[in-house]
Every structure is written in C-alpha cells, then in structure tokens.
Design a protein around this ligand. Sequence first.
Ligand SMILES: Nc1nc2c(ncn2[C@@H]2O[C@H](COP(=O)(O)OP(=O)(O)O)[C@@H](O)[C@H]2O)c(=O)[nH]1
Ligand SMILES: [Mg+2]
Length: 264
Amino acid sequence: MPNINYVTKSLAIKIVYYGPGLSGKTTNLRYIYQHLNKDSRGEFLCMETPTERTLFFDLLPVKAGMIKEFTTHFHLMTVPGQVFYEASRRSVLKGADGIVFVADSQVPLLDANLENFDGLRKNLIEHSRDINLVPLVFQYNKRDLDNLIPVETFSSLFNSMGAPAVEASAVNGRGVFETLSEIAQLVVPKIREQIFWKKVQTDMGDERKRMEVAMSREGLVKQQRMSASNETVDKKLEMTRLKFKSLNDVEKEIDKLQEEFLSS
Ligand SMILES: Nc1nc2c(ncn2[C@@H]2O[C@H](COP(=O)(O)OP(=O)(O)O)[C@@H](O)[C@H]2O)c(=O)[nH]1
Ligand SMILES: [Mg+2]
C-alpha cells in the first residue's frame, strides 16, 4: 500500500531498484534525474552511513501526475549491492510498491545476479510478501558490452513468473525510461484499485501528522538537514549527499521524506 495523505490528497509510491553491486542501479536514477526537467523531479539524494565501508542509498522523487484526485510521486530508491548489506536491503524493501531488478548482463556475473535475486525473494518473505505477487520488472543491463548472458537464460533462471523484462544500457540511457514506464504500468493500476477500495479516512487524531501537514516544505527540509550530521553537494553528479550515523537514521529519513512529499 502506498503512503497516502488524504488531507493534502497526495500519494507516494515507492519503487526499489534492486540488484547486485555495480549492476547500474544508481546509473538508472542519475539518467532519469538528468533527463527530467526540474519541475518533474525533486533533489537527487544520496544517504550514507559510516560503517566498515560506506553504505549508500539513493533516493529520487519523480512527479507522476494524478491518480484519481491524488497528486502522485514515485520515490525511486536503490539498495547497496554488496553481499554483506543484506539487512540494509531488507529495510529499504519495506513497503515497496514495485521492484526493478537490475541485473548485470556480463557472463561472469551470473552467480552474483542469482545470489542477489535469491536474497530478494528471501527478504520479501521476511516482509510476508511473495515475489510472484509483487509488481516486478527485470532490467538486463549493460547490453552494450561483450560476453553477455542470453535473454533466454535470464528468462528461464530468473523470470519464471513472466514479468516484463527490458534490455538496457543504462549508461547510455537505453531502456531506462522504458523500465520506469513498465513498472509504472504494473504499479499504478494496483494502487488505483487499492484507493478505490480503501475507506477514506482523514486521520486528524495523530498530532504529529497534523503538525507536519501544517509545516511548510522549506521548514521541514531545513529541519531534516539540521538533523543530518553532514551535507555536501556533489556538483559533478548533481547529487546531495546526506550523512547519517546509522541505518536506523536512514530509515527514519526515508519515512520523513515520504511524509514531506505528502504534506507539501
Ligand atoms: N558498459 C556499461 N557500464 C554501465 C552500465 N550501467 C552502469 N554502468 C557502469 O557500472 C558501474 C556501476 O554503476 P552504478 O550505477 O554505480 O551501480 P550500482 O552499484 O548498481 O548503483 C559504473 O561505472 C557505471 O558507469 C551500462 O549499461 N553499460
Ligand atoms: Mg549505487
């Protein structure tokens, strides 16, 4: 179920780009960021925590028009790919409305893809969700390189559920918007249905929520910035880096950002 604010009539749809390290998840988001005008997208945020190695999450809000009377945003997120960040991947998957699995098409990376995909299946089970029922799109990335895993191999080893699959070269933009469009086509009808069936409740009893609705977007962003221990703008990537002390703080930040979009 997406995050819905019935007072401001807005909803935030969480799309998680999942896949092994270096498969091209951030490259997808960066391309989308660079090819949408400012009115159609928010800031490209990179959240990091200092663990043994720095942990990165990317978040890019993209305007998605209206679903019924609700102003809608997609929150595109990536997960850290390295094997040892299973807990982080699990937490970012929480409440995902749709998933894009970005596979690296290079033959030597077949096992890394399989292992990561198996992790996705297991992490969804931890959230009591079945991979066959979650809106899912495959992106076979890096098709510009040589020595590629054939699409038929991907289909038989990964995509027994017959989910949409897009061949891509994210670094050149090939397949990037097509992938986004495929996942939107799966997610949006589902959400329309959920909204239709859900009884409209304006939850005014919750003091905290009411406060946030009243706060201006600027004020809230400023407050968030102050709570992040450090912030720098990476000009080359046009990406704002926010540093947090722990994974827990990152999770809170993601929730806050969703609420911010819903209340602005
Ligand atoms: N040749 C090629 N390189 C790519 C493609 N997509 C991403 N890359 C490169 O792969 C590396 C890792 O990409 P990144 O998006 O950071 O991976 P992430 O760990 O999944 O976020 C970068 O050097 C990218 O430029 C692609 O389609 N083709
Ligand atoms: Mg990345």
